[in-house]
Design a protein around this ligand. Sequence first.
Ligand SMILES: Nc1nc2c(ncn2[C@@H]2O[C@H](COP(=O)(O)OP(=O)(O)OP(=O)(O)O)[C@@H](O)[C@H]2O)c(=O)[nH]1
Ligand SMILES: [Mg+2]
Length: 475
Amino acid sequence: MIDIRCYNRQRVYGARVLFPVIRETAEHVLYSSPFVMQLLQEGIGVCIEVTMIGPRVMRKINREQRGVDALTDVLSFPAQDMREGALEKPLDPWQTFAPDDRPALFLGELVISPDRAAEQAKSLEHTLDRELMFLTVHGILHLLGYDHECEEDASTMEALQRQLIRGLEEVPSGFVALCGRPNVGKSTLLNQLSGRTLAIESPKPQTTRHAIRSVLFFDDAEIAFLDMPGLHKPNNALGRAMMKTAMQSIRQADIIALMIDASWHPYIGEEERRVLEIAKEDNKKTILLINKIDRSPKEAILPLIALYDANWHPDACIPISAKTGDGLGIFIDEIKCLLPVRRRMFREDDETDQTERILASELVRREILRQTEHEIPYGVAVIVRSFEEEMDESGGRAGILIEADIICERTSHKKVLVGKGGSMVRSIGTEARKAMEALFDAPVYLNLFVRVRPNWQNRPQDLGAVGLLPSDASI
Ligand SMILES: Nc1nc2c(ncn2[C@@H]2O[C@H](COP(=O)(O)OP(=O)(O)OP(=O)(O)O)[C@@H](O)[C@H]2O)c(=O)[nH]1
Ligand SMILES: [Mg+2]
């Protein structure tokens, strides 16, 4: 158990103003400490004390304990010998005490001056809560053996402090589903927003087959964009799995961004209607994105906005070009206004759910979409069978060896995919390899094998093998 004992020994600020934020912050910091978590797993609790005092007493303590005759904001008095989050020596049973018959380790005491904290909050133009949060994080890190005496220690402590405060901040945060019919430009938008290729794009419809997440981090918000398969009427198990994936993403989102093409006639189709109904049912925020304005006359956009506004009242209608980036600043600002304000949900290294293995298979599929015609690309799936990294002596990547199967429906398709004397599969491999090398920043050795698996698009086990079954699939 984590026991945070708060004492109020001053009269200006009430316990109800001070203690909730201090308790919440202290718990967050202590639960984030691997050392504390280890103790808790062993059945040993931790305890800290936090005492609020007036400015005169604070100055006196600072003078007596540190020889500094000035008011300060927080003082830490560690009870254990710790260095960078760990005990200097193994724990002896006598170091713990037993309130309520359960052993606990006393980590030390923080002394805080709310007057000083309020002064600082004012000069930094933020709230007293925010200042108390900062002081509590800083003070507890001292109890855990972090310091800022030398430059190296200071940078370790500052980085940890930043990370802990980041985890406590409440900012607009949530999921935005990019949905719409095939080919409207959802994947192009996701790539433009994330600044890299996470989703393959192509002029052929039904390019995207699975959900793709990309998280954008801002100082004042975090936004998880979900790209998904284009909404269409499915005619096989693959199509049904794709629609199920799309619906799951839409239901999961806080904001539905419905994308249409600026060149369309003003008409609300069945696919768009279905999305609008879900948005209404789930009471979700909605943004209408009118894409490809770079190639449509401005006059075409107004009737589209008028139609959707009159029938559906979206929270915003934004003309954009996913290709050029036009209008995306307005889109981001609008999202920040509409998202719920909550604790951050993503870690900074959590930018995407697309692994290099998935990206490798998608880059092969992109080349097939580019280099083959008619029904062939639609009957193809790519499975990366092995993805082996070779390391050089310094631990860097010397190269990646990738083996992948191109699965197709018929022998006649295999013939086209292999090409005369293997020319087609070689050309697909060459272009896919170049794209992988640019993306992975390492030499790639790619071996492709074309295999026939009749009717794979209707066989759940095959769909599972190519990673295209949605999570709770029954198709
Ligand atoms: N001119 C222009 N073309 C665009 C724009 N956005 C997308 N495109 C093109 O539209 C085509 C389809 O783009 P994608 O991003 O693959 O479309 P999608 O909505 O993801 O399609 P599916 O995955 O099939 O649902 C591609 O050829 C893109 O280059 C845009 O803003 N302007
Ligand atoms: Mg797509």
